[in-house]
Design a protein around this ligand. Structure first.
Ligand SMILES: Nc1nc(=O)c2c([nH]1)NC[C@@H]1CN(c3ccc(C(=O)N[C@@H](CCC(=O)O)C(=O)O)cc3)C=[N+]21
Ligand SMILES: [Mg+2]
Length: 284
């Protein structure tokens, strides 16, 4: 049997329509949601992603500003700009596109963003809030993965075993915390795991977030499992592909997310959700 697709574009369209409605209601009360996106340098992939984010804002009726700086922008100048945006009442969310040039310390930049405007969910306060189950912004990519699970009836993962492959601060670790919050039994695998397949074969849900092609192949998947592919890689022909051997795994899995058209669009959707929520909190 072939797995069913979890369509990130379709789910995004649905969630973004709800976001646009709530944004219109806020705008009518004089609190139009606003996002500031900062791009430093001329990484071509970043330029595309940032344009997609700004377009998504416009489509949802948000106010947005895109600030582009040359790669030689000083760290002090960037921090000063963030400070000004922290104080700007028209801006509810601040996103500094990563990666940043090497002379800029990403950690310092992220910690300078006000936690109330940290719509990426990267600030230590946001990570800490997730860890202890308090109100804060959830990192957009794992949050989008949770929405995808919810869309196939898996809001509560009680009794399920979820295996996360990858332990980054922006995907793997928050993903594990969100799955745990949803009552899953969670295993986190990474480059130090001895026999990855031994873990993934036991999983009801696998989330692959490594950044390497073919990390998960058909022989590593339990029949009927849900497979979420966070990877964004290029194959030999330059085509976008995930971490999962899609053609093989889809013949074993019950559900699978495609790349493109899976987690990527959901990441942008959850950025809109977080920005809307920041604006709603500011207006309350
Ligand atoms: N501060 C910060 N926040 C981020 O959220 C952030 C970042 N920096 N740096 C880079 C990564 C990457 N990222 C993507 C979001 C959407 C797609 C996306 O929509 N992808 C489409 C395809 C895009 C294409 O065709 O190239 C898809 O998967 O269907 C991809 C990548 C957000 N990131
Ligand atoms: Mg750096």
């Amino acid at each position: 049997m072939t797995a069913q697709l979890i369509d990130g574009n379709a789910l995004s369209a649905q969630v973004r329509a709800e976001v646009a409605q709530r944004a219109a209601a806020l705008t009518a009360r004089g609190h139009r949601p606003g996002l500031a996106v900062i791009l430093v340098g001329d990484n071509p992939a970043s330029a595309v992603y940032v344009r997609n984010k700004v377009k998504a804002c416009a489509d949802a009726g948000f106010h947005s500003v895109l600030e582009k700086y040359d790669a030689d922008l000083s760290e002090a100048a960037l921090l000063a700009r963030i400070d000004a945006l922290n104080k700007d009442p028209a801006i509810h969310g601040i996103l500094v596109q990563l990666p940043l040039p090497r002379h800029i310390d990403d950690h310092k930049v992220i910690e300078t963003i006000s936690p109330a405007k940290d719509v990426d969910g990267f600030h230590v306060a946001s990570a800490g809030a997730l860890m202890v189950g308090e109100v804060g912004f959830k990192a957009c990519t794992p949050y989008g993965c949770m929405k995808m699970l919810e869309s196939i009836g898996l809001k509560d993962l009680r009794g399920k075993h979820a295996v996360v492959i990858g332990r980054s601060n922006i995907v793997g670790k928050p993903m594990a915390m969100m799955l745990l919050q949803a009552n899953a039994t969670v295993t986190v695998c990474h480059s130090g795991t001895a026999d990855l397949g031994a873990f993934t074969r036991q999983a009801d849900v696998v989330v692959a977030a490594v950044g390497k092609r073919n990390v998960l192949t058909a022989d590593m998947v339990k029949p009927g499992a849900v497979v979420i592919d966070v990877g964004m890689n290029r194959n030999d022909e330059g085509k976008l592909c995930g971490d999962v051997d899609f053609a093989g795994v889809r013949e074993v899995a019950g559900w699978i997310t495609p790349v493109p058209g899976g987690v990527g669009p959901m990441t942008i959707t959850m950025l809109l959700v977080n920005t809307l929520e920041a604006a709603e909190r500011a207006a309350a």
